[in-house]
Design a protein around this ligand. Structure first.
Ligand code: ZN
Length: 204
């Protein structure tokens, strides 16, 4: 996230479902990525949010991660970033339509902007679950992006593709009127992608 320029300092956060244990590994709050070590990660109960292992306070967006892990059994990894172009859509409170094939493949439809709620709140967590639906990314109004996948690696790839899609959409608007892929093509692209490349990778 840090090397890809998707976050600044310690903003953004990551979680991974720990198999079928009912636990998740989450990043701690306020630690700069270049200082983060494996020992600093927290292990939390997905059901209760209780920290079962770890000395640092978990990410302030713990509720968001837990709500998505509870709502989506297919999700093994969640990455939340504050990348610039996707954040611009979140500020404009506009969805990013499926304008590119890689976006349709990775997300499975539009990146819907969740209704606004303050960072770290349960309301925000509920709004993000609603905006995600069965897709793999959502925008957080006036805040950033969340990408999900079978693994953290896939969730990070989703965040990269969303940022590129937002960037391209912004450029295309300056050139002319962006065309959105038809829903039947989005469905086909996603289905082919899941069948070919969307196998669970690196899920622990
Ligand atoms: Zn954030």
């Amino acid at each position: 996230m840090s090397h890809l320029g998707l976050v600044v300092a310690s903003w953004g956060n990551v979680s991974a479902r720990a198999g079928v244990s009912g636990l998740a590994v989450v990043t701690p709050s306020g630690v700069a990525y270049e200082c983060l070590t494996q020992e600093m990660l927290d292990v939390v109960s997905i059901a209760s949010g209780r920290v079962v292992q770890g000395r640092l306070r978990p990410t302030s967006e713990l509720e968001l991660h837990l709500a998505v892990l509870r709502a989506r059994e297919d999700v093994g990894g969640i990455v939340h970033t504050h990348s610039a172009y996707a954040s611009a859509f979140a500020v404009a409170r506009q969805d990013i339509p499926p304008i590119l094939e890689d976006l349709a493949q990775a997300v499975g439809g539009p990146v819907v902007c969740a209704r606004y709620a303050p960072a770290g709140s349960r309301e925000l967590a509920a709004h993000v679950v609603e905006a995600l639906g069965v897709r793999n990314a959502a925008l957080l109004a006036n805040h950033g992006v969340v990408g999900v996948g079978h693994s953290v690696a896939e969730a990070l790839r989703v965040c990269e593709v969303v940022e590129k899609g937002a960037w391209v959409h912004a450029i295309a608007r300056g050139i002319g009127t962006p065309s959105t892929l038809p829903p039947e093509d989005v469905r086909r692209l996603r289905a082919e992608y899941v069948a070919s490349y969307g196998q669970p990778v690196g899920r622990s």
